[in-house]
Write a protein that binds this ligand. Structure first.
Ligand code: ADP
Length: 214
């Protein structure tokens, strides 16, 4: 099973696909957003700073990313998924060097090519379970909860992320276009890029990913 980097606009479905890969194939999922939200929940000075940056929709410093990457790669078993990392060229270098340092096999990159319009629709209707982290959506039938806005498994009220407001989402999207999209050429030139066009339905997308990783 191949190691994976997911590249996609915010809210395109990286987390949903990662969850499916974890359940079916035992992938180890490193979500940079989750690691940062954990960091932000600590009431330290650094935690507060990270919280502010996430709320604004901007990217946290490479220094923080380097620290979290090292911590994750130190213990992680293969196959792994990097979800939300790298997000710019300097992070691509951080990852390249860290993989050598920790003697891990290189990942392939899967790009979920979602339009701006679709990304905004998904981003602003997203709901999360505060207990298990499962991701649902208000407008996508395949990932709606069985009972309105209650987690199917934990039976608790679902919540929206504080950076899924329209304003923060716009900043996240702009950062993605400016800083993350140029990475596609970088991975393409290395011959490590796979593209999934217009991934509308989670299970259909998952089948395409399965065909790539096997
Ligand atoms: P999404 O992919 O939907 O934007 P994430 O949960 O991956 O959501 O990220 C949420 C926020 O965490 C980002 O908007 C950013 O502030 C921060 N973040 C996540 N990954 C990175 C990264 N690799 N570099 C810098 N900041 C990041």
């Amino acid at each position: 099973m191949k190691n994976i980097i997911f590249i996609a606009p915010p809210a395109a479905g990286k987390g949903t696909q990662s969850d499916l890969l974890v359940k079916k194939y035992g992938y180890n999922h490193i979500s940079m957003g989750d690691l940062l939200r954990k960091e932000a929940s600590e009431k330290s000075e650094i935690g507060k700073e990270v919280d502010e940056v996430i709320k604004s929709g901007n990217l946290v410093t490479d220094e923080m990313i380097l620290k979290l990457t090292d911590k994750a790669l130190e213990t992680i078993e293969e196959p792994y998924i990097f979800d939300g990392f790298p997000r710019n060229m300097s992070q691509a270098k951080i990852l390249e060097e860290a993989l050598i340092r920790f003697n891990k096999a290189k990942p392939i990159t899967i790009y979920l090519d979602v339009s701006k319009e679709e990304a905004f629709k998904r981003g602003t209707g997203r709901l999360n379970c505060p207990t298990c982290g499962k991701i649902y959506h208000k407008h996508l039938d395949e990932v709606k909860p069985k009972t309105e806005w209650i987690c199917d498994d934990c039976k608790v009220d679902l919540v929206s992320r504080n950076d899924d407001s329209e304003k923060a989402f716009t900043v996240r999207y702009e950062n993605y276009i400016e800083k993350t999209l140029p990475l596609l050429d970088y991975f393409k030139n290395k011959g490590e890029l796979y593209v999934i066009e217009n991934p509308m339905f989670p299970m259909e997308t998952f089948a395409k990913i399965e065909a790539i990783i096997k």
